[in-house]
Design a protein around this ligand. Structure first.
Ligand SMILES: Nc1ncnc2c1ncn2[C@@H]1O[C@H](COP(=O)(O)OP(=O)(O)OP(=O)(O)O)[C@@H](O)[C@H]1O
Ligand SMILES: [Mg+2]
Length: 240
């Protein structure tokens, strides 16, 4: 098991945001976490990357307990995150933003830079443009690209399709698949449940800080309660 989250509890002040969440991510998988607003998806990712402390429970990465390891060390060990709301450096150029992802590495990031530019030709075309002037979708690509520059073993993606036009949403999902095909494990949080389930191997459904369901992703696409709650309650017509 590459990443194992065991019975984690996380609080904001006295309020419990995660109430005993357990998630496993195997090497090579795309695992998706779906759930309503406020369910605890972002909190789960932030806890894995070390931005939120655990109240109890355990996080194991490559067989080692990382529950108390500092966030920047987790990045170095291979946990890369593209945060919700993008969080790029607006005053830096595209290429400078990408190098911010690799600055802690001792080896040359040239190979990853070339890969990022191959995955996102738009970033290559705009490499000298200031990040803050990139469009929303372009900034989203930049945030993912920057996370890839850390050379992650597992990439945590928080709503990469948020706010994007349908064509770009489809493009982002196909890039996620490509990143996975090239060998990076992905833990994906998405509101866009249908497309997330189509690209993922396995999925967890989070409700008010607890996992209420876990299954192969394609099974959840056909699950009546998942369809009703997260796939628009449609009549089983696949429009994607
Ligand atoms: N900084 C914070 N302070 C207090 N409460 C917080 C904080 N961040 C999140 N919460 C609460 O924790 C719960 C889980 O939030 P979280 O952001 O993890 O949800 P989410 O599943 O990512 O939702 P969304 O789909 O809206 O992004 C929510 O009830 C939220 O209000
Ligand atoms: Mg969130």
């Amino acid at each position: 098991m590459l990443l194992e989250i065991e019975d984690i509890h996380v609080h904001y002040g006295k309020i419990g945001a995660l109430k005993g969440v357990s998630i496993q991510v195997d090497e090579g998988e795309i695992v998706t976490l779906i759930g309503a607003n406020g369910a605890g998806k972002t909190t789960t990712l932030k806890t894995i990357s070390g931005l939120r402390p655990l109240t109890s429970g355990r996080i194991t990465f490559e067989g080692q307990d990382i529950s108390k390891v500092a966030g920047h060390v987790r990045v170095r060990r291979g946990i890369g995150q593209s945060p919700e709301g993008r969080g790029i450096f607006p005053g830096m150029t595209v290429q400078e933003n990408l190098f911010m992802g690799s600055y802690a590495r001792k080896d040359s990031p040239a190979k990853e830079l070339a890969e990022v530019y191959e995955l996102f030709p738009r970033l290559s075309e705009r490499k000298d443009q200031v990040g803050g002037t990139m469009s929303g979708g372009e900034q989203q690509m930049l945030a993912i690209g920057r996370a890839l520059m850390t050379k992650p073993k597992v990439l945590l993606l928080d709503e990469p399709s948020m706010g994007l036009a349908p064509l770009l949403v489809a493009q982002i999902f196909s890039i996620i698949k490509e990143i996975n095909d090239r060998g990076t494990t992905v833990l994906l949080v998405e509101q866009n449940a249908r497309q997330a389930l189509q690209v993922a191997h396995r999925a967890y459904v989070l409700e008010t800080g607890q996992v209420v369901k876990s299954a192969p992703a394609h099974e959840l696409l056909d699950d009546p309660s998942v369809r009703a709650a997260y796939l628009g309650g449609d009549l089983g017509i696949d429009t994607a």
